[in-house]
Design a protein around this ligand. Sequence first.
Ligand code: APR
Length: 408
Amino acid sequence: MTESQNSRALRESADVIVLGAGPAGLVLANLLHAAGIDCVLLERASPTHVRTRARAGFLAPNTGRILDRHGLADGLHRRGTRHGTCEFRTRDGRFRLDYGALGQGGRGGQHHVYPQQYLVADLLTHYLDRGGRIRFHTEALAVGDADGTRPYVTTREPDGRPTRWTARYVAGCDGRHGAARRSLPPGVVRRHHHDHGVTWLGLLAEAPPSLDAVGYAVHDRGFAGHMARTPDITRYYLQWQRGVPADAWPEQRIWDELDVRMRAADHGPLHRGPLQERGIFDLTCDVVEPLRNGSLFLAGDAASLLAPAAAKGANLAVLEAEILAEALTDALTRGDTAGVDGYSDRCLEHIWRAQEFTGWMTRLLHAPPDADEGAGPSFQAALRRSRLASLRTSRVHQEWFAENYVGV
Ligand code: APR
């Protein structure tokens, strides 16, 4: 430890403390800093970890517009690719849905495929280049006095010393297991939780995409998914038995199973490659309501967790960050608290819409956990088949899908 670190005060302050340097925290910090607000970002992990952590990669048109509006979209335009087609594979054959060309009246549009770690790296570079304040290796332990007059955050600093940061507002963008959620006193907020009863094995393959669309395969053996990331990296998902570890199967067995469920024999082979990463995703979701306790506001995964079926999480995080940045700026620069007072209701409207559509997608792609597939086509499986048929044949249904699939 250097002398200057030693003599640093154990108390620090900022008008806004942002916890967590994911998409939510970084968009928020960038916008606050650009508006001249005194803010600091506290992040538990290292800069390298933040810049390289592979997560989602599907950015909705509205997310692109938000990033554009604030001059944060250079990387997205340079390296992102446009995407507007899904392919469903079922036992009735396959059909493609060009959702990017549907959803009239500006409600539809195309996604950008842009790995989340690229977006996070862009946002971090932008923030640092403009002199934004950030502390890495700094773990928030708790948020205190949120409903009092002097909210604070206790942290463990890189050198292990406990520090107390005081603020006027605290933005909890530190994810589902962060300090912001943990600090909500019982009884003040309600936590809705739902388990879809489905688990995915998420895979990152060192292989080019196998089709020029997002692939959703519905199979009696379980769901399989294909999502392009970059020309050399592709994400696959396999519905997985809950509780079985991610490394239970050798690579060969995983590829063979992907072939079966994606019906490679009928629709063309998958490009195989080494599996760089495997992760287990239990498809659960939750919502904290309201997204505020006094001076503490929640955004991103800290506010609401979505099952990954419709890739909405990062998009909601960016939207909430923009809404919160505007609200906090109004409150701090003009004393206008209408935005902070309306923040929770405004975001919850988007969150519940996204939860509803994600739940619908989840039911479209998977048999419910209690469906008796072994004894012939179950009632639930027949409903699912009918839902897919409607999506294949009904223009109105396709329009509805397009609007919800790309919207947040
Ligand atoms: N103190 C400081 N930082 C913390 C703490 C803590 N106690 N706990 C977590 N963090 C940091 C994490 O290291 C991470 O960098 O908070 C950040 C949270 O970032 P994300 O998990 O990316 O969450 P968010 O910004 O809300 O983005 C949500 O991204 O991949 C998707 O599933 C994710 O879709 C969701 C979206």
